[in-house]
Ligand binder design. Structure first.
Ligand SMILES: [Fe+2]
Ligand SMILES: [Fe+2]
Length: 492
């Protein structure tokens, strides 16, 4: 069963467990109290993180939120649910269990024991990968800061905040690695992770998609579907890393990430369900007047978020990606399930490119095209989501469908950058593109019309007009459960 099906229920832990110590200032399962220097360094970073959370974390004042917290890093259940004031959330350092027999499964070090320390020759690459990954985590919290003000329900508000606190914890995960393994340079990078901010003209986040504004909940759901899913695939490659602490960190982050996938998949699905229902009821596509979001506007948001997320995979051909693989710092998605030599010196694959106004294909060394390999896995995954969403139209007896745009649509990175490609995959000249782009990407008017529907619904069990309620609540609680207590309730 796909991880998207997970609703956040927390079965009792049954697998091999690594208990988390909550008596410490920084909850952890890495024996932090045995390394005073590291502990002091991280305790020095902690107040800076909390300041950042206060300034750039969720803007809506709340009393407490029904959040899950990791209690043990086992194969199975690991979460505890309770109402907690968000600023008292126990962000900590949780690594998956260590397998003492683990060996490197790919590249030139294949078969050698996994690294417990950073080898000097791969230090710069590992530092870079950790910093780039770490930079995305707080960025999404910043991007989603104001969404609480317009939540379509208390249930959705809780899910937003759960994603936010976990992205904050993912930052902790990367900061731990920086502090524990990269000395002074790592500590400096950890400071910078709080100083760069999403959309900041002087000190922006490293990757483009993390500087885009998340204007409304339609975009938030598209973000958690498409952009968090990029994160899932990136973490999947780092989970294979020969550097064992990184692999173990990412393995546990992926468990948290499953909830973010769930929020995106079901968020879009519930929205589409309402859209199909209102279209059918009123026999029209123009459903803004009925308080729902027209399909063509959903499609435009989808197009936009898919394209910026595709850019996150980098250029199709990349010497760095090949070097990361050969040196063992970053593997492929599901490396151990691949049926090849895991060295790839002889392997080739096909790659699309644009020439003379058309898309052509050429054969390239596999090692040079590992970003493309990962992106293809991601696209296949995204195709499932779109198919699943379309069931709402099928069930309503409507002909309309959402589509996943062509890989070349609206791209700023890689072989398609500088070319115009329609969602159907035709290469267009500047004029043809300019004439049609408004049909494919959200206009200012589209965003305004969506914004006009974003009226908060804070009554327990009620939902905004543009989204269907979920079938079940979180952790087996009812849908109308008091997942969030707002500060305005006078309960402070
Ligand atoms: Fe994350
Ligand atoms: Fe995420």
């Amino acid at each position: 069963m796909s991880s998207d099906a997970r609703t956040g229920a927390a079965p009792l832990p049954t697998g091999p467990l690594s208990q988390i110590d909550y008596s410490e200032r920084i909850p952890n399962n890495v024996g932090l109290n045995e390394d005073r220097r590291l502990q002091r360094a991280l305790e020095g970073w902690q107040p800076k993180f909390l300041d950042w959370w206060k300034q750039l974390g969720p803007a809506l004042p709340t009393k407490d939120v029904y959040l899950r917290t990791a209690i043990a890093v086992g194969r199975d259940g690991w979460a505890h649910f309770a109402h907690v004031p968000m600023e008292e959330y126990r962000w900590g350092i949780f690594l998956a269990e260590r397998n003492p027999e683990r060996v490197v499964s790919f590249g030139k070090h294949k078969g050698e024991p996994a690294w417990q320390e950073v080898p000097g020759e791969h230090r710069a690459d590992l530092l870079r990968l950790i910093v780039v990954q770490g930079d995305t985590e707080p960025a999404s919290v910043e991007q989603q800061r104001i969404l609480g003000n317009t939540a379509p329900s208390i249930y959705d508000l809780r899910n937003l905040f759960q994603v936010n606190v976990e992205e904050g914890r993912h930052l902790w995960a990367m900061v731990y690695l920086l502090h524990a393994f990269f000395g002074r340079e790592g500590r400096e990078e950890a400071e910078q992770l709080l100083k760069r901010n999403s959309g900041n003209a002087d000190a922006p986040r490293i990757l483009g998609a993390f500087n885009e504004e998340t204007t409304d909940w339609l975009q938030f759901f598209m973000f958690t579907y498409f952009t968090d899913r990029d994160g899932k695939y990136q973490l999947g490659t780092l989970k294979e890393s020969a550097f064992d602490p990184l692999a173990r960190t990412c393995e546990f982050m992926l468990k948290e990430e499953a909830h973010h996938m769930f929020v995106g998949t079901t968020g879009v699905q519930r929205m589409v369900e309402r859209t199909a229902q209102v279209m059918k009821e009123h026999q029209t596509k123009d459903i803004f007047p009925y308080g729902a979001i027209p399909l063509d506007v959903i499609q435009k948001y989808l197009n936009f978020q898919f394209a910026v997320s595709m850019d996150l995979f980098g250029s199709e051909q990349s010497t760095n990606a090949g070097n990361y693989y050969t040196s063992g710092v970053k593997g492929r998605w599901m490396e151990s399930r691949r049926k090849d030599d895991h060295v790839l010196l002889e392997a080739t694959r096909e790659m699309n490119y644009v020439a003379d106004g058309e898309i052509r294909t050429r054969t390239v060394p596999m090692l040079s095209a590992l970003n493309l390999d990962l992106r293809d896995e991601y696209v296949a995954d995204c195709t499932h989501g779109v198919r699943r969403w379309n069931r709402a139209f099928e069930e309503a007896g409507l002909e309309d469908r959402l589509i996943l745009p062509h890989e070349g649509f609206n791209r700023k990175v890689g072989v398609y950058a500088g070319h115009h490609v329609s969602p159907a995959g035709e290469v267009l000249d500047d004029e043809a593109w300019a004439a049609r782009a408004g049909d494919w990407l959200p206009s200012a008017e589209d965003r305004q019309a969506v914004a006009a529907l974003m009226i908060p619904e804070y009554e327990y069990g009620k939902f905004a007009s543009w989204i269907a309620p979920p079938r079940t609540g979180i952790n087996e609680q009812p849908v109308e459960f008091d997942y969030v207590h707002l500060a305005e309730e006078g309960l402070l």
